[in-house]
Design a protein around this ligand. Structure first.
Ligand SMILES: *Cc1c(COP(=O)(O)O)cnc(C)c1O
Length: 404
């Protein structure tokens, strides 16, 4: 009972931010429904196809629908994009050629992308002669314009921005910040592609990076953009000419986006997009509630609660490995699937450190569902995200508070 009063108090303090999150969800749901209307979505779009998948209307229209909802010219949305990392890989290989430079201006990219860019003898971009450079962020965790300008050169063909924090302790970039840095990059004479890893950022704000100057955005359907329903997949949206190039890399240079079947059908992908703005608001409210409660108990956590966050993740710092691990285990125990399982740190493919991950999810590993993870090493930060319903988030918090 004491704990419940505490949660209620936290909720009262968050009322205004909850209202803002719901306002954003309404705005984005309107965008999504306008797109459904524009493309006259009907039951036939959900049908599966087999073989080559020529004239697969469900596949083609799904790409257009996502593009429209993200304010982009064109899009690829496919169960054949296996994850966020794979979607990012296909997009980068589609855009870059030997001797081009990929220039990341948001610090070192996410762990699983590093092997894609500069792995040794593993088929990375580096193995194919693509160069890489990056720029750290300034002391406040913001884009460092001086450093960007000083490192910029004519071989840069793709400017890479990671919107969400990954396993770093910085805030996600807002679309306002991304728009401003796009202008800045163009002011340096850049004519190539501005590329955004949009993972965890979709529908968190009223616009997407493609509406403020980015040329390509990429993300996973088992995060925000799949609304908790897409069973797998990723998306790549942006300028038509870039999407054409990337389509030729997804399939074959002679074929492009004309083929690709999926017998399972597309209903969950369409319905997932329809659900996404609402589900993202549930996750944002959950993140705010956990942040408020943990903050009041003295646990440092980010992003700060004085604004609506720019992604769905929350970084919570613990003073020992044990507390961090206990927190993550409790998230697992509060899950609808595999709730009886005790999480252990393990060597996950693509990561350098041992990672502990709670994901008691309906879609395996989906982090739009309530989940928490992090490398078990100082400063012991758990990254918490998701929640298909706010009620589930609150239930998990109740259990966490009892444990703490
Ligand atoms: C999750 C994530 C990825 C990779 O997505 P996967 O689906 O896990 O491969 C890339 N970048 C960021 C910022 C992410 O959060």
């Amino acid at each position: 009972m004491k704990v419940n009063k505490f949660i209620e108090n936290c909720e009262k303090k968050l009322a205004e931010k909850f209202r803002l999150a719901e306002d954003i969800a309404y705005f984005n749901e309107s965008k999504v429904l306008d797109a459904f209307n524009e493309y006259n979505i009907a039951l036939r779009h959900f049908n599966g196809t087999t073989g080559y998948g020529y004239d697969d209307e469900g596949r083609d229209t799904l790409g257009k629908l996502y593009a429209k909802a993200f304010g982009a010219e064109a899009g690829i949305v496919s169960p054949h994009l296996l994850s966020g990392t794979h979607a990012l890989t296909v997009a980068l290989f589609g855009l870059l050629r030997p001797n081009d430079t990929l220039f990341c201006i948001s610090g070192m990219p996410y762990d699983t992308i590093r092997g894609v860019i500069f792995g040794e003898n593993n088929g990375s971009l580096k193995d194919f002669g693509v160069k890489f450079d990056y720029c750290g962020l300034d002391a406040d965790g913001k884009f460092d314009k001086h450093a960007i300008k000083s490192k910029f050169n004519d071989s840069v063909k793709v400017v890479y921005i990671q919107r969400s924090r990954g396993y770093e302790l910085r805030d996600a970039f807002s679309c306002g910040e991304i728009g401003e840095i796009c202008k800045f990059v163009h002011s340096l004479g850049f004519k190539g592609c501005i590329f955004v890893d949009n993972c965890y950022g979709e529908f968190v704000e009223k616009n997407e990076p493609t509406e403020v100057g980015a040329d390509i955005i990429v993300g996973s359907l088992i995060k925000n953009a799949g609304g908790g329903l897409a069973p797998t997949g990723g998306y790549i949206c942006g300028k038509q000419n870039y999407i054409d190039l990337i389509g030729k890399r997804l399939t074959a240079p002679s074929i492009g986006l004309e083929v690709g079947s999926y017998e399972g059908g597309y209903r969950y992908f369409y319905q997932g997009l329809y659900m996404a703005p609402h589900v993202v608001a549930q996750a944002i409210k959950t993140s705010l509630l956990i942040g408020q409660a943990m903050g009041e108990l003295g646990y440092k956590n980010y992003p700060s609660l004085d604004k609506v966050p720019h992604d769905i993740t929350r970084a919570i710092q613990f003073d020992s490995a044990e507390k961090m691990v206990n927190f993550i285990r409790e998230v697992q125990y509060a899950s609808p699937v595999d709730g009886y399982v005790t999480c252990e740190p393990w060597d996950m493919p693509g990561y350098d450190d041992k990672i502990i991950m709670a994901a008691g999810t309906f879609v395996s590993g989906a982090s739009i569902e309530l989940s928490a993870d992090g490398p078990v090493k100082p400063p012991y930060i758990a990254y918490f995200q998701g929640g298909l319903t706010y009620e589930h988030g609150k239930y998990a918090l109740d259990r966490i508070l009892n444990k703490l």
